[in-house]
Design a protein around this ligand. Structure first.
Ligand code: N01
Length: 546
């Protein structure tokens, strides 16, 4: 009864889950992975909406653990499309023979910690029950969809889509009247593509977002070969940079240069395009006046790109700093509003009253549509985990433990949930960084911890309350001056009614976070209690040991 069926259960076969299987199996552990989808890919399996692509450059948004893989795979575009990223992840799964560890179309529905055996009981949607020494949650920070249910929606006679669970077969919008609700990254990528097809497109905007052009391009063979020849240097630099991409943060502050130079730098960044734009100056996310300068620049761009000044005005984000909501990266978003078939609906001025069989009843009247597309985002960073029914010591549900906001050590571990590890959890850089590298880094940290346990004949590690408090304080001290609190974004949980307003990701950047992780590991997992054998009485704090 005290024997585990497997060393590690990994939940999710996206980027983090795939690497976890690879690394942990390589360390000689037995691994079972459960994945809800019928294939690998996680985010890139589910978010198949037209226009979906990654806004981290393809050469960087890819695994670094295998130089051979880096050389063998050829990205075709600066920013890879969803289908290409999915093909890449399928290729990785095949190349490293990861599929044999994965049970597809199966959710983990319950996890409960057995204090006597120090094992996790794992229950799946397939009816399987198994016991594991360790659990790695690779469930993704943006995987639990936020699906508003509007009054009357059940009676809608047309098709309803959500960007995060898009059909596998192509969706044809030709000759259709379509409404898109939501103008975050997903909506902003989708809207230009639907606009090209639909007879009429109504964009229902609650809050305008800042979007920067992608300026995507296709790789030329010789340029790609050159870039790949410098891969090791590129990766080295990425690990040293806050966002996990090979672009060092500038140290120059906004008002250290004159106005002409500022404009030149903004313009240069705009022409380069992409999510790096807010990092034009070092103080953009820390100083309101500095932020206001860059806001004014983007407003000017929207004015240039959108021909109707009234529409341009409604598309301009007001009242919150640039970067406080995740910056969007687009191809032709603002220009879509110059098309005759596209109408912007400003929801604060003209709210939705109900969904009717033939369309959307706004305060101003009925808008007849055939298709309703929700691009309404996610219960970010905690949603997938909180929805999972995880029972730790004393039968305590993790969703209750986190009811006032998630608390972790390093974003990886929670007091009261021994041997349960989270990849890209709250309190880790994850969504503010290159998710492929952060996934590798955290999986490596977890795998090293398990190795340490093996080498020291220990049964487990459990985060200590005091360490959790210290991590919380460290995260808060970094966040205190951040302008991120000034927008109602998913970064602070504001998009989900009732969710505590807590800044979820670690804002200190990847190198500083890695430093903190190394300090904990190098001190023999300081802040973690070592579990010895299976007897409660034998629990000893590592700190006491030392
Ligand atoms: O979700 P979002 P997303 N009625 O939360 C609106 C990553 N990602 O899926 O701002 C009306 O950003 C909501 O309005 P408001 C990336 O990290 C990456 O677009 O809350 N509107 C908002 O406009 C990104 O940040 C990539 O007022 C409602 C929108 O829906 C994250 O995923 C691509 C509403 C939701 O925007 C999430 O992006 C895509 C309601 N009831 C996503 N509820 C790339 O790499 C919500 N909204 C490019």
């Amino acid at each position: 009864m005290n024997q585990p069926d497997v060393d590690v259960v990994v939940v999710g076969a996206g980027i983090a889950g795939l690497y976890a299987i690879h690394r942990l199996r390589g360390d000689g552990l037995t691994v079972r992975c459960f994945e809800a989808g019928d294939d690998v890919g996680g985010t890139w399996y589910w978010n198949r909406y037209p226009g979906a692509r990654c806004d981290v450059e393809s050469l960087d948004y890819s695994f670094s653990f295998s130089p051979e893989l880096e050389q063998d795979w050829n990205w075709t575009e600066r920013y890879a499309t969803q289908p290409e990223i999915l093909r890449y992840l399928q290729y990785v799964a095949d190349r490293f023979q990861l599929r044999s560890a994965i049970t597809f179309e199966t959710k983990v529905e319950g996890l409960s910690f057995d204090e006597a055996s120090l094992l996790w009981n794992v229950g799946t949607s397939g009816g399987e029950e198994l016991r594991a020494r360790f659990v790695v949650l690779a469930t993704g920070p943006l995987s639990a969809a936020s699906l508003p249910f509007l009054p009357g929606q059940e009676g809608f006679s047309g098709r309803i889509f959500h960007t995060s669970s898009w059909p596998h077969e192509p969706v044809d919008f030709s000759g259709r009247r379509v409404a898109v609700i939501g103008t975050g990254s997903s909506g902003i990528q989708l809207i230009p593509r639907v606009a090209e097809q639909a007879e009429a497109l109504h964009v229902l905007q609650r809050t305008p977002n800042f979007s920067v052009p992608a300026h995507n391009w296709f790789w030329k063979d010789e340029d790609l070969a050159d870039a790949k020849a410098g891969y090791r240097e590129r990766r080295k630099l990425s690990w040293q940079c806050a966002a996990g991409t090979p672009y060092p943060t500038t140290v120059v502050k906004t008002f250290e240069v004159d106005e002409a130079e500022r404009e030149r730098i903004y313009e240069q960044r705009w022409q380069v395009g992409g999510a790096r734009f807010p990092r034009a100056f070092a103080d953009v996310m820390a100083d309101r006046t500095a932020n206001a300068q860059v806001v004014a620049f983007v407003h000017g761009k929207i004015n240039e790109l959108v021909t109707d000044p009234k529409v341009a005005n409604r598309l301009m984000p007001q009242g919150y700093p640039l970067g406080a909501k995740r910056i969007c990266v687009d191809t032709g978003y603002y220009a879509s509003f110059n098309r005759d078939n596209v109408t912007l609906v400003d929801l604060p001025q003209d709210p939705i009253e109900a969904i009717e069989p033939d369309g959307i009843r706004l305060a101003s009247g009925l808008v007849e549509v055939d298709d309703l597309v929700f691009a309404t985002g996610f219960d970010a960073m905690t949603g997938a985990i909180s929805r999972m029914n995880i029972e730790g010591r004393d039968g305590r549900q993790l969703s209750d433990t986190w009811s006032a906001g998630p608390r972790t050590v390093l974003g990886v571990s929670v007091a009261g949930y021994p041997n349960l590890f989270i990849v890209n959890g709250p309190g880790s850089p994850s969504v503010l960084s290159n998710m492929v590298l952060t996934s590798e880094q955290q999986v490596n940290w977890i795998a090293d911890a398990l190795k340490y346990l093996g080498e020291h004949d220990l049964a487990g590690l459990e985060a200590e309350e005091a360490a959790q408090e210290a991590w919380d304080e460290h995260c808060s001290s970094l966040a205190i001056n951040s302008l991120m609190f000034e927008a109602d974004s998913w970064y602070v949980g504001a998009n989900i009614p009732g969710k505590p307003r807590v800044l979820l990701p670690y804002v200190g950047g990847l190198p500083r976070y890695m430093e903190q992780c190394a300090l904990v590991a190098d001190a023999g997992y300081r802040g973690f209690t070592s579990l010895r054998g299976t007897s409660e009485a034998a629990r000893t704090s590592k700190d006491q040991d030392d």
